[in-house]
Design a protein around this ligand. Structure first.
Ligand code: 5GP
Length: 206
């Protein structure tokens, strides 16, 4: 019987646009982890397949700015010409409930979260090659040429920042990348500081 009591923790998942973060998270949710993905607010327009309240909360610039002023966001950043932000919402409650809380955020947001949550686990999802990233952005047909060019320019800077992350996972084959992330989560769950409650139970039930 597995009687371990896992502590919740926060995981940052960053990676260039087109690196496959959404696909990876969808696959991860099918594995045996208690995962909660935080839904960000953005001023970007929804893509054809995106659902408001599921992929993002799509809001107006005015609404976003009033959120900034009222302290609604744990962190926010401007990526290209749009705002993206993580609502504070129930993040701390989820962690206390023992969930692994994923923030799918860019390198600027990651920097802010690291400063606020020293125990955060950060993973950078790396495309196998720059050419593969370019192909993925073209193939999904959700951005125009100017937007793709801007995303590739940002990607080059993001890849430079990958050295600041705890882990780098190369997303060449989705299943392998998901398995790599599962291995990271499993090891992180077993860190001594996250096993304190399990140890306490073992001491108390003699
Ligand atoms: P996209 O427009 O491709 O959905 O997202 C563009 C970038 O914004 C991606 O790197 C994505 O991870 C990042 N992003 C999405 N939500 C947030 C957020 O709440 N905060 C920050 N800092 N970045 C975010």
């Amino acid at each position: 019987m597995n009687n371990k009591k896992h502590e919740g923790f926060l995981v940052i998942l960053s990676g260039p646009s087109g690196s496959g973060k959404d696909t990876i998270l969808t696959e991860l949710e099918k594995r045996n982890f208690d995962i909660q993905v935080s839904i960000s607010n953005t001023t970007r327009k929804a893509r054809d397949w995106e659902i408001n309240g599921f992929h993002y909360n799509f809001v107006s610039p005015e609404e976003f700015e009033s959120g900034i002023n009222s302290g609604y966001f744990l962190e926010y950043a401007k990526y290209g010409s749009n705002y993206y932000g993580t609502p504070r919402g129930p993040i701390n409650t989820w962690i206390q409930e023992g969930k692994i809380v994923f923030l799918k955020i860019d390198v600027q947001g990651a920097r802010r979260i690291r400063a606020e949550y020293p125990g955060v686990v950060s993973i950078f999802l790396m495309p196998p090659t720059f050419g593969a990233l370019r192909d993925r952005l073209h193939n999904r047909e959700s951005e125009d040429e100017a937007d793709i060019a801007s995303r590739l320019e940002i990607a080059a800077n993001e890849i430079e920042c990958s050295k600041d992350y705890d882990y780098i996972v190369v997303n060449d084959v989705v299943n392998y990348a998901v398995s790599d992330i599962c291995a990271i989560l499993q090891a992180e769950q077993l860190r001594a500081e996250r096993m304190a409650r399990t140890v306490e139970d073992i001491i108390n039930i003699k």
